[in-house]
Design a protein around this ligand. Structure first.
Ligand code: F6R
Length: 240
C-alpha cells in the first residue's frame, strides 16, 4: 500500500484528483468508481477545477458504490443528488454515463443483479473509497462475513447515527442501503482510500496495520495490489 499524508484535505483532494486525471487521460474509455460523503468533497472540487482548466471527461463512465433504500433519485439526501450537486452537474458529464443503484426499485434483488451487470460490463479502472468510523467501505458493514456482489444491507446503528446529521427527523434516516459488494471493489484495477480528521485515526490504524478481519471491512484492502491511501495528518496520527 502506498500511504500519502497531506497537510489539509484540500491538498489531499488535489493529489487524488490528479490520480483520477491520469486514469482519465490514459484510457479511451475510463471507468471510475465513486463514493459519496464529506471526505470526497475536496476530491470532486479539485476535479471540477481540472475540468474547468480543460480536462475532458466526455468519455468517462462513473459507477457509484451505493444508494439508500427508499430514497428516490430526486430526494435531497439521496446519493444521486449528492453526486449531481458535488460533481456531475459541475462537469457536464452525460447522465447516461453515470451509474448509481436505484434505491426505490420495486424489486431490490433484481436491482442488485442489474447493478452487478453494470459493473461486469464496465470494469472499474480506479475506485474512490471513503471509510466509515466502523471500517465500512461502500456500505459493507462490519459483520461475521463479507458479501461479494451488490446487495441490500441493514445499516448498523453506528452508521444510522452518523447519517442522522443530514436528516431533520430521526425517523427519516434510512435503515437500509444497496451497496456494491467487496469482490466488486477488489476487482477495481486501482483503489484510492481517503480519510480525514482525528475521528478516523483509530479506524485507519485498524484497517491498515491490524490483521484482515470481517469486522473491519476496509482491512480487506490489504489484499489488493494497487491501493493508495490518502490521509491528512489527523487521520494518519496513529500510523507512527
Ligand atoms: C458513501 C460510502 C461510505 C462513505 C463513508 C465515509 O458512498 O461509500 O462508505 O465513504 O461512510 O463517509 P464520510 O466521508 O462522510 O465520513
Amino acid at each position: 500500500m502506498n500511504i500519502r499524508v497531506f497537510r489539509t484535505p484540500s491538498d489531499a483532494g488535489i493529489y487524488a484528483a490528479s490520480m483520477l486525471e491520469r486514469v482519465i487521460t490514459s484510457s479511451e474509455r475510463p471507468v471510475i468508481g465513486l463514493a459519496t460523503g464529506e471526505t470526497v468533497i475536496p476530491v470532486y472540487d479539485a476535479l471540477v477545477n481540472f475540468v474547468r482548466c480543460g480536462l475532458n471527461v466526455s468519455h468517462v463512465t462513473t459507477i457509484n458504490l451505493d444508494e439508500y433504500v427508499g430514497l428516490a433519485p430526486d430526494h435531497p439526501q439521496s446519493y444521486h443528488q449528492f453526486m449531481d450537486e458535488h460533481l456531475f452537474s459541475r462537469i457536464g458529464i452525460r447522465m447516461q454515463s453515470t451509474h448509481l443503484p436505484n434505491g426505490v426499485a420495486p424489486d431490490l434483488a433484481a436491482e442488485c443483479e442489474r447493478y452487478n451487470e453494470v459493473i461486469r460490463n464496465h470494469p472499474i479502472d480506479m475506485q474512490v473509497l471513503g471509510i466509515g468510523v466502523n471500517g465500512h467501505i461502500g456500505f459493507n458493514e462490519p459483520s461475521h462475513a463479507l458479501i461479494t456482489g451488490t446487495h441490500v444491507v441493514n445499516l448498523t446503528p453506528e452508521t444510522i447515527a452518523m447519517n442522522a446529521r443530514f436528516f431533520s427527523r430521526k425517523e427519516d434516516v434510512p435503515r437500509q442501503a444497496i451497496t456494491m459488494g467487496i469482490q466488486s471493489i477488489l476487482q477495481a484495477k486501482q483503489i484510492m482510500l481517503l480519510a480525514f480528521g482525528e475521528h478516523k485515526a483509530d479506524i485507519i490504524y485498524r484497517a491498515l496495520k491490524d490483521g484482515i478481519r470481517t469486522d473491519v471491512p476496509a482491512s480487506i484492502l490489504q489484499l489488493h495490489k494497487d491501493v493508495t491511501v490518502i490521509l491528512d495528518r489527523q487521520s494518519a496520527a496513529r500510523l507512527g
